[in-house]
Design a protein around this ligand. Structure first.
Ligand SMILES: C[S@@+](CC[C@H](N)C(=O)[O-])C[C@H]1O[C@@H](n2cnc3c(N)ncnc32)[C@H](O)[C@@H]1O
Length: 204
């Protein structure tokens, strides 16, 4: 989907397109006894529900999203929440962090995009990780295309397969690689039972 299409969606939802609470998997990872990241990067972060929540927990956060409107909404919601997130409007396919800049955790949540784009996000996120860092992804699985309940991007091309992660990140130390159904309750758009993938891995 083009940036202008996403801009239109975010213009219509100034309070948060997917609500203003973090994704449950982000909460679960952050609550793990072995998760101690102090810095985080959220790619395709939208209007920032996840980076804002992580910032409120004390992580120094950076976020990238294609939609300038999403970034502007995110900055306003950050200010209302009393946190600061470095928000960058950019395409994950060509955004590059400054030379040598690294983060201790990278999150790619619900980037619904063609394979080349989602691979670029995951691989760029991996390169941007410090040693010991975490990469965390949740998104609609290809099985969602046949579910017929209106959830997800509708096109098989924009959904994930767990096997992709093995090909994209051959050196990852996998912590979890799960495909299954979960009840989503994230604003009006992500509501109901959905087939998803959840992937978390560390870089050593
Ligand atoms: C379903 S939303 C999820 C937003 C956020 N991660 C969340 O969970 O609330 C997908 C987001 O991906 C962004 N996006 C799509 N293609 C992108 C790209 N090539 N580069 C950066 N962001 C992209 C959209 O602008 C949109 O904000």
């Amino acid at each position: 989907m083009s940036s202008s299409k996403w801009d239109q969606k975010y213009e219509a939802a100034p309070g948060g397109l997917f609500g203003n609470s973090p994704n449950e998997y982000v909460r679960e990872i952050a609550a793990r006894s072995d998760f101690a990241a102090r810095t985080g990067l959220c790619l395709a972060d939208g209007d920032g529900r996840n980076s804002r929540w992580l910032a409120a927990r004390g992580l120094q956060m950076t976020a990238v999203d294609l939609s300038a409107v999403a970034c502007a909404n995110g900055e306003r919601l950050d200010a209302a929440a009393g946190v600061r997130v470095e928000r960058i409007a950019g395409d994950v396919e060509d955004w590059q962090p400054a030379e040598g800049r690294r983060w201790e955790a990278v999150f790619v949540m619900y980037l619904q995009a063609p394979e080349a784009t989602r691979m670029a996000a995951v691989q760029r996120g991996w390169i941007a990780l410090d040693a010991g860092g975490w990469i965390v992804v949740e998104a609609f699985a290809k099985a969602q295309a046949a579910a017929g309940n209106g959830l997800g991007p509708g096109s098989l091309d924009l959904m994930y397969d767990l096997e992709e992660f093995c090909a994209w990140l051959p050196d990852a130390e996998v912590v979890e690689a799960l495909a299954g159904r979960i009840g989503l309750d994230e604003g009006g758009r992500h509501h109901g039972l959905a087939h998803v993938v959840r992937f978390a891995a560390r870089k050593y």
